[in-house]
Ligand binder design. Structure first.
Ligand SMILES: Cc1cc2nc3c(=O)[nH]c(=O)nc-3n(C[C@H](O)[C@H](O)[C@H](O)COP(=O)(O)O)c2cc1C
Length: 159
């Protein structure tokens, strides 16, 4: 199995921080891989995982620890139309705020749990960004993704 030459970042957001993180990755990591695409999750379903790509789920947390509204159709379809996703390798950027300790970063964590249930293989740990930490999500998210992508591209077999 050779590593895909494309990174697809799927964005769940309400107030656009997650999209800004994805755009920063698109610019900062362009030298590492042939193509980086950023796609808002609006209107997507499980078929988005049929593409020949590495995936990053970049999702905020809203409501009472929920995925953002624009992510709910995709999230629900992982449950409603389940299929084996053993070919999928992915990373997770989970955005949250530690003022919500009970549900900190749950949006991204929910995606991670459901993808793993379907056999998809996460590479590396989930990256959590805390909006109260005083760090810029774009800066630390893109730095994390450089390391993650380097590692993911070296990993020719699912881990
Ligand atoms: C109404 C509201 C509810 C939120 N609920 C949570 C939550 O339950 N858990 C959490 O970790 N963060 C929560 N957050 C924080 C956001 O996930 C965080 O600010 C994130 O960076 C926003 O990303 P976005 O701009 O892409 O939507 C909430 C934010 C708002 C405004």
């Amino acid at each position: 199995m050779t590593a895909p030459s494309r990174l697809l970042i799927l964005v769940g957001t309400v107030t656009n921080t997650a999209e800004r993180v994805a755009r920063a990755i698109q610019m900062d990591c362009a030298d590492l891989i042939g193509q980086i695409d950023v796609r808002l999750m609006d209107g997507l379903d499980i078929r988005v995982f049929e593409e020949d790509a590495l995936y990053v789920i970049c999702s905020a947390t809203h409501g009472a620890g929920d995925v953002p509204d624009n992510a709910s159709a995709l999230y629900d379809s992982l449950d409603r139309e389940p299929r084996f996703l053993g070919h999928v390798r992915y990373g997770v950027i989970a955005l949250g705020d530690s003022i919500y300790p009970q549900t900190f970063c749950n949006g991204g964590l929910r995606f991670d749990e459901r993808l793993a249930d379907l056999g998809a293989v996460r590479i590396g740990d989930v990256f959590r960004h805390d909006a109260s930490a005083g760090t810029e999500a774009e800066v630390v998210g893109a730095a994390w993704c450089r390391e993650w992508l380097t590692h993911a591209l070296q990993t020719s077999e699912p881990v």
